[in-house]
Design a binder for this molecule. Structure first.
Ligand code: MN
Length: 390
């Protein structure tokens, strides 16, 4: 728990957790240098009790989403100010430096993913080798480290690499004893991200190494239509993520299908990969999307026991140049993630011209921005093929 005063900040934590290092420095050292006073977690309640007994103690701001009942009860009723913490929005709305750093790390992350996807195709489809889900996880992590040698810290969350029926398990985590092997006949869902000194990434791609079934293609296309509908929408200021959720599901609902998770979560800039308060979800929501908020766009579809599909990019909310109406500006999303979306899985006849144009323009951008960072001519050629207009 972090307690802020006007002139100081106090962190109550299991001090053992601060022994980890970031680069060459211990986290404890970095926090102390940032002016934060560290306390052992078990001194929190006595600290609060001492604080609130002081006659000059003012009101204490409590964000109910992040405190527990014991802390709530430790604050006398007349001293409680219950509201969303202002810090939450300061984190969610990125400043200019955070926004440009997030953009920069996504270009390198895109290059790392392209190198990985190219290597995967070489080993599986061309050389007819197989790789376990755990090996895929290690491979994608190694690629991130290779493309950001001085900035990559660790995966931003536990990689989800699911082959065929494992891809239908939404929060799957492969372990050596039970994991599947990817062969040239299989579908792979890979949800992974990097934690970098300058930012945080989270990207999901679903790829088929051989010939997908017509049903897989149809469902992939419907998920892609949902992804594009969210990514390409414009909306007036004041719009909450929840109001956009239907866009992600419309194409699936048309054929009485759905997915059992939210469509998007906030993402921290070199912080937590899941960060509030904004989100895109069917659940009620009271947080309007604001320029420079970052949110994921990750519709999916899961056929239990068979296969799963998810297509995820991170988006940054941006102002359009359109004239305001009724005092409201129009906002849009700009993708941060720059990784090709496999076109082999698309049923072209289902896509509208606008959807096709969107994908082609996105792929052109991926190709333009990522190519200069690639290490070999083969990787560049592969990216050119993967981003060819459809
Ligand atoms: Mn995500």
């Amino acid at each position: 728990l972090l307690l802020f005063f006007i002139d100081s900040a106090h962190l109550f934590i299991d001090i053992g957790k601060l022994e980890k290092t970031l680069g060459s420095q211990s986290i404890l050292e970095l926090l102390v240098r940032a002016g934060i006073t560290i306390h052992s977690y078990d001194t929190l309640l006595p600290f609060l009790s001492h604080l609130t007994k002081n006659k000059s103690c003012g009101k204490i701001w409590l964000d109910m989403r992040s405190i527990n009942a014991a802390v709530h009860e430790a604050i006398p009723l007349k001293l409680r100010h219950v509201a969303t913490s202002p810090i939450v929005l300061l984190k969610a709305v990125k400043n200019a430096h955070e926004a440009s750093s997030m953009r920069a790390c996504h270009v390198r992350d895109g290059a790392a993913m392209v190198a990985f996807l190219h290597q995967l195709e070489q080993q599986i489809a061309v050389s007819n080798q197989t790789l376990t889900e755990v090996e895929l996880d290690e491979m994608v992590t190694a690629s991130r480290a290779e493309f950001s040698p001085d900035k990559f810290l660790e995966p931003s969350f536990a990689t989800i690499a699911g082959v065929n029926s494992n891809s239908a398990i939404i929060h799957y985590r492969a372990v050596n004893s039970t994991c599947k092997r990817l062969t040239r006949d299989d579908l792979l869902l890979l949800d992974s991200g990097g934690q970098y000194l300058d930012g945080t990434t989270d990207v999901t791609r679903t790829i088929h190494m051989g010939q997908p079934t017509s049903y897989q293609q149809e469902m992939y296309t419907r998920v892609l239509q949902g992804h594009i509908a969210v990514a390409s929408t414009i909306f007036p200021t004041g719009t909450m993520g929840g109001q956009l959720d239907i866009l992600a599901r419309k194409s699936l609902w048309r054929v009485a299908k759905d997915y059992n998770h939210g469509t998007g979560h906030g993402v921290g800039a070199a912080l937590n990969v899941h960060e509030g308060p904004q989100r895109i979800s069917p659940h009620p929501d009271s947080i309007p999307l604001q320029p420079n908020m970052i949110i994921s766009n990750e519709p999916g579809f899961y056929e239990n026991g068979h296969f799963g599909i998810r297509i995820e990019n991170l988006l940054i909310v941006t102002k359009t140049s359109l004239n305001p109406i009724m005092g409201k500006d129009f906002l849009c999303f700009e993708p941060l993630t720059l990784v090709p979306i496999q076109t082999k899985l698309i049923k072209l006849e289902l896509l509208t011209d606008d959807e096709r144009d969107y994908l082609n323009a996105y792929h052109q951008r991926v190709c333009d921005e990522v190519t200069p960072l690639l290490h070999t001519e083969e990787q560049k050629l592969w990216l050119k093929q993967a981003t060819k207009p459809i």
